[in-house]
Design a protein around this ligand. Structure first.
Ligand SMILES: [Zn+2]
Length: 350
């Protein structure tokens, strides 16, 4: 099979299109023929920094969709031809969390796609049977590839973590990214008044077209001033899709007894947090719950029916992944870049 291999931690030049042996599924594995795979900001961070636990060389790509091409001897719940998408990690099936029916909280995660085992920047990927979700009909492959990590994370955290209610004012930072655009749409769907924060003035019109009621152009230092300049009491809730550059400004933009969900972590450097903001303001600072099977089940019909839209900046062939990393790094993309495995490639395969 052909795959894009990250040879070593570093720049996009470390990504190489190569021919690798086809993966062989073990008894509890499924072989998936990848039809589309998202290229996310997280991929850039991991490519640059090779976090603890990352295996190198590796095929990156933690969000993909495709068809089952083969199943291991023990697998009865999946069949050749099934339409599937993946979860971030496989679950052990035996720990307390798994036995309680919460595999995403597994205490003994066995594999993380694109990080500890090969992911979806490839024609084929081996996936543990526990890490697949059935894809309903009527959703195109590039859209399916964004369901879990972009749409699913944005939707789940707005609806089930921040519990946004009709009429609330909701701030979304990193609003022009894949997760941010999903959070923006989900908050609008809940009947909220949405404040979208972006670092790029050029993205304002497109954010308004996606439903943003207010757009704040900011580098992370003036969010609270801009919000409180227009609405003195601040917003009711915030979804922070960026992390340390925006979290303090976000906390200061939220009213007392409001809540902030931290989803993004684009800059892994530690953050100096003003605890007084939490104590005096009685603000609930919540961690991302990523995505749940329940949220995906709710989300898929909304996407199929066009109620929620995947925002795909561009679909690319497999040999343009390094270019996609460069475009994301330059903050040029609006939404996700998605590899479409059916697009022809021109680059020579090593
Ligand atoms: Zn477990």
């Amino acid at each position: 099979m052909r795959a894009v291999v990250l040879a070593a931690a570093g720049g996009p030049e470390q990504l190489h299109l190569r021919t690798l042996p086809d993966p062989v599924p073990g008894p509890d594995d499924v072989l998936v023929r990848v039809r589309a795979c998202g290229v996310a900001h997280r991929d850039l961070i991991e490519r640059r920094s090779a976090p603890l636990g990352m295996v190198l060389p590796i095929v990156q790509g933690h969000e993909f969709a495709g068809e089952v091409a083969a199943v291991g001897a023990n697998v009865t719940e999946w069949s050749v031809g099934d339409r599937v998408l993946n979860l971030y990690t496989a679950a052990c099936g035996q720990c307390e969390a798994c036995r309680a029916g919460e595999p995403r909280r597994c205490q003994a995660i066995t594999e993380a796609y694109g990080l500890t085992v090969n992911g979806g920047y490839a024609e084929l990927v081996r996936v543990h049977r526990s890490a697949l979700v059935r894809l309903i009909d009527g959703i195109a492959w590039p859209v399916a590839a964004t369901l879990m990590s972009a749409l699913g994370v944005g939707y789940n955290n707005v609806v089930h973590k921040a519990r946004v209610r009709p009429g609330e004012h909701v701030l979304v930072t990193g609003a022009s990214g894949g997760v941010g655009l999903a959070a923006l749409q989900a908050a609008k769907l809940r009947g909220a008044h949405v404040w979208a924060v972006t670092g790029s003035a050029a993205k304002e019109d497109r954010l308004r077209a996606m439903g943003a009621d207010e757009v704040i152009v900011d580098d992370g230092t003036t969010i609270h001033k801009q919000v409180r300049g227009k609405r003195r009491q601040g917003v009711d809730a915030a979804i922070d899709c960026v992390g340390s550059p925006t979290l303090n400004g976000t906390l200061r933009a939220v009213r007392p007894y409001g809540r902030v969900v931290a989803i993004g972590n684009v800059d892994p450097a530690p953050l100096q947090l003003n605890v007084g903001l939490l104590v005096v303001g009685a603000i609930d600072l919540l961690g991302s719950d990523n995505v749940t099977l329940e949220a995906l089940a709710e989300l898929m019909p909304l996407v199929r029916d066009g109620t929620l839209a995947a925002t795909i900046d561009e679909t690319i062939p497999l040999d343009r992944v390094a270019d996609a990393h460069r475009r994301l790094e330059a903050r040029e993309a609006f939404g996700r870049i998605v590899i479409n495995l059916s697009l022809p490639t021109t680059e020579f395969t090593q």
